[in-house]
Design a binder for this molecule. Structure first.
Ligand SMILES: Nc1nc2c(ncn2[C@@H]2O[C@H](COP(=O)(O)OP(=O)(O)O)[C@@H](O)[C@H]2O)c(=O)[nH]1
Ligand SMILES: [Mg+2]
Length: 564
């Protein structure tokens, strides 16, 4: 019954192992806790039992002796061997190394880390820390090893966990219970697990007063049948005085013979291995849907959080785009500086009547003035920056508030620490830089357009900076209803600039210039807010939940199920 070390099933299960370990359930969602536990136990089950067993089907049968404290496990193991290989408990719940008792010729199978790779091996009394202590004895039949596991109900957590791990690595559970304890809840919890995984189980009812054997063993058999373990062999060992700490040989003889026969009969051994291995693989495969759905739950939550933050920052960007086009910026300081720049309110009032005259008036106004466009330009910068900052502040507040609506989002924000509910520390500087760069871009546009033969003289007359800043004003009012009687202040203000630019460059060129200036501004706004949004997205990315894992889990499971 040698399995090729690279059987397709082995490869498929190894792939499943890798895939399972690549799943992540970092958000505390309803299914996460169970999924993390399942992920761990699937990984353990593969590493500690399925993969090593499948890679060497001919390895000796690992019989793990489990049960509750004081059931008599250590004494039983010693008695089967005929000497003290495992120290019986004097009711001290200290952490002890489990003892593996085996035939010296089988030692090679267990000395390597093929089985229970996480456990160090010792042969003496062992160093501090938990390790697997190997004890060899020729009375142990070849092809079968007995492992005296810690108590499944130990008060020491490490012992309980170790018992769990060892039972999960067993080909056969030799489950020991005593007359005093056979109805306890904890061992039955374990036995149900054995049924669920279809592990091969043999029961030992230990330490029964001879006169109670009939009654207790009948009752236990009933319980076993009820729990789906009616097929499990049951060995009843009466409580007799120990001889040198050991149960007399004839009392343990039936069990010893049964183990000996099992070891000697390679078909029977193979059947035990097959039952437990198939059970373990089936159980494993039955648990991946939980992982897949829990992983999808993580992905959904992440997508939701992403969409929330994304939507909020998109809306913020749209608000800025609108606010920089609908005349909102043409208020307060910007408006005052602009009016100062173009002359007086009188200029605006005369606009309707005297467009032709306007051009001359403007040119007269602008010539020889001490660069009032600088103050206007600064006002534009300040106004734009304030608008951007307000939008970014609001987006950060809204995004963090939206995330705080869910426990997962709250945990993420808490894990990140303070900061996300406000603009990033470098935002103001980045915004100021973006605005200055935009202004530079607009000046460059004007300069390029002004190099045209037709307009060069006029551009020189008004000055590139003055024209550039005028173009900005026009951009800020580009959707602000500037027709007919609908002149708002903003529209009215901007139309002066519009007329001026048209006089210099012509209508079509002004439309193109304004459109290019606007597109450039929108791009910069998007980049600025995008960088703010990125803080949220990076937090989600750092969770390490990858969209393809659900599908890969399903595919790996299907592949293993097919080869089973
Ligand atoms: N008289 C008698 N005492 C036993 C028997 N089995 C175990 N004991 C005692 O019960 C205590 C616990 O046994 P131990 O083998 O350490 O139980 P474990 O916790 O399941 O390993 C020890 O003091 C043993 O000497 C038995 O069959 N007969
Ligand atoms: Mg013990």
């Amino acid at each position: 019954m040698t399995a090729p070390a690279s059987s397709p099933l082995l490869a498929a299960l190894d792939k499943l192992r890798v895939t399972v370990s690549s799943a992540a359930f970092p958000l505390d969602l309803p299914a996460a806790r169970e999924a993390r536990r399942t992920q761990q136990s699937v990984a353990d089950q593969l590493r500690d039992y399925i993969l090593p067993r499948l890679s060497r089907l001919d390895a000796p049968l690992l019989v793990v002796v489990g049960g509750s404290t004081g059931a008599g496990k250590s004494t039983l193991v010693n008695s089967l061997v005929g000497r003290q290989v495992s120290e019986p408990g004097v009711l001290r719940p200290t952490t002890r190394s489990p003892v593996l008792v085996l035939n010296p010729e089988d030692q090679g199978w267990f000395a390597s880390d093929r089985v229970l790779p996480g456990l160090a091996r010792t042969t003496g009394d062992g160093p501090a820390g938990i390790s697997l202590r190997l004890a060899t004895d020729t009375t142990v039949p070849l092809g079968l090893a007995l492992l005296d596991a810690p108590d499944v109900d130990s008060v020491v957590t490490e012992n309980r966990e170790m018992a769990d791990q060892l039972l999960a690595a067993a080909d056969l559970w030799l489950f020991v219970t005593s007359a005093a304890r056979y109805a306890d809840a904890v061992p039955w919890g374990f036995l149900r697990l054995a049924v669920e995984r279809a592990v091969a189980v043999a029961m030992v009812l230990d330490r029964v007063a001879p006169q109670a054997i009939q009654e207790i063993s009948a009752h236990l058999r009933e319980m076993l049948t009820e729990q789906g373990l009616g097929q499990a062999p049951l060995f009843v060992i009466p409580e007799v005085p120990l001889e040198g700490g050991l149960i007399p040989l004839n009392t343990v003889m039936p069990l010893r013979i049964w183990l000996g026969n099992l070891a000697a009969d390679s078909a029977a051994r193979a059947a035990v291995v097959r039952q437990t291995l198939e059970g373990a693989i089936t159980h494993l495969i039955s648990r991946t849907p939980l992982l897949v759905s829990a992983h999808n739950e993580q992905l959904d939550a992440i997508a939701r959080l992403r969409a929330e933050a994304d939507g909020i920052y998109r809306a913020a960007g749209a608000r800025v785009t609108e606010g920089t086009a609908d005349g909102s910026l043409l208020r307060g300081e910007v408006l005052a500086r602009w009016q100062e720049f173009v002359g007086t309110g009188e200029l605006l009032r005369s606009l309707e009547r005297r467009i032709g005259w306007l051009r001359d008036k403007l040119s007269a106004t602008l010539r020889g003035r001490p660069a009032p466009e600088r103050e206007l330009s600064e006002a534009v910068e300040t106004g734009l920056e304030a608008m951007l900052r307000a939008a970014a502040e609001q987006a950060a507040e809204q995004a963090s508030a939206a995330w705080r609506q869910s426990p997962a989002g709250t945990a993420l924000l808490d894990q990140h620490g303070p900061g996300l509910e406000s603009i990033s520390p470098g935002f103001r500087e980045a915004a100021a830089r973006a605005i200055r760069d935009w202004q530079g871009f607009v000046m460059q546009l004007v300069r390029e357009e002004g190099s045209d033969k037709r307009s060069v003289a006029r551009v020189l007359a008004y000055g590139v900076n003055g024209i550039g800043v005028t173009l900005m004003i026009v951009v800020f009012a580009s959707t602000a209803g500037v027709t007919g009687a609908e002149f708002g202040v903003a529209g009215g203000t901007a139309i002066v600039g519009q007329k001026l630019l048209e006089a210099i460059f012509g209508d079509q060129a002004v439309r193109t210039l304004a459109a290019r200036a606007r597109t450039n501004l929108d791009g910069r706004v998007e980049a600025l807010l995008g960088a703010e949004l990125l803080r949220y997205l990076q937090l989600l990315d750092s969770l390490g939940v990858y969209p393809d894992v659900s599908d890969r889990l399903q595919a790996a499971t299907d592949a293993a199920a097919q080869l089973r």
